[in-house]
Design a protein around this ligand. Sequence first.
Ligand SMILES: O=P(O)(O)OC[C@H]1O[C@H](O[C@H]2O[C@H](CO)[C@@H](O)[C@H](O)[C@H]2O)[C@H](O)[C@@H](O)[C@@H]1O
Length: 330
Amino acid sequence: MDIFKGISLKLLGLELLLERTPKLRGKVVLVQIVNPARSTGKDVEEAINEAVSVAERINIKYGSANYKPVVLIDYPIPSYEKIAYYAASDCCIVNAVRDVSGRDRTTLSEWFAPCEKLGIAAEHGYFIRWNKEAEWETSSSAQDCEWKNIAEPIMEVYKETTDGSSIETKESALVWHYQDADHDFGTCQAKELVSHLERVLANEPVVVKRGHQIVEVKPQGVSKGIVVDTVIRTLINTENAPDFLMCIGNDRSDEDMFESINKATSHSVFPTAPDVFACSVGPKASKAKYYVDGCSEVIRLLKGVTAISPQREVISHSQVTFRDILEVAS
Ligand SMILES: O=P(O)(O)OC[C@H]1O[C@H](O[C@H]2O[C@H](CO)[C@@H](O)[C@H](O)[C@H]2O)[C@H](O)[C@@H](O)[C@@H]1O
């Protein structure tokens, strides 16, 4: 519970809905999970009292022996129980969804063209667009691309000597891909390329990183972790602090996001501690607490959180939690 969340306003919205749409009475239920208040004081106390009294009023006005339009959960419940609520609901109120990717902005704009409200961070956050209508914003501190003249000829040599490899030129970065090369040879070449590039680029404002079958040179001060930090701080500053944070990634570069989320949580930057589901794809060493087995599980997991599901199942903790959600969705 914090005073900026507008919980009472949400309840008043439900009251208006039930007042104007009688056919929804007996059908719509708002489950409001009120996280325990992290601060105390008159304002917080008033916010709690107001929410409780509005909820009671709605339940008296529109409820019956078998129907309670508002369920206020004002005590701590475990994360898996919250996930079960999200999974079982027809609709979750989500205040921000972001795609944070290493890919270029043209590709991402095309892929996500139908998603009007989706915020996108392209090229590891070098470009950010807050929704489809907004302009792309660029980190002005990282626009020196002279280093490409040093890095590109070296990557060319590795491309020529490694069958199946290729170079991708992005606006802010250069990437050597070896997905289609012999796996073992490609991996050896990648290690060698990293140390070669690190040596020659030591004085340039860039970093050399391994990713999934790639070696990438990108500007310093640009990472998915910094983007996640920016998004979290923006949400908090605009009084939209999240109470549920889900972050999923499969690439090494996604570890920066998990690290940022872990830091933000342990440094208590949120007004109310959110539930955090950091999830890597594939069982591997990761800063994420959870994992799913593959991309198809990610899709099912997202469906489990967002889709309509009439089933209400008892969901148990740990990795099984995700499996259970996936089953609820399937
Ligand atoms: O942050 P992501 O959305 O996971 O992007 C990371 C990199 O994605 C792309 O490379 C990956 O896909 C290629 C096939 O499309 C594959 O060949 C490669 O092995 C993968 O790493 C993209 O081309 C890179 O620029 C991104 O950094």
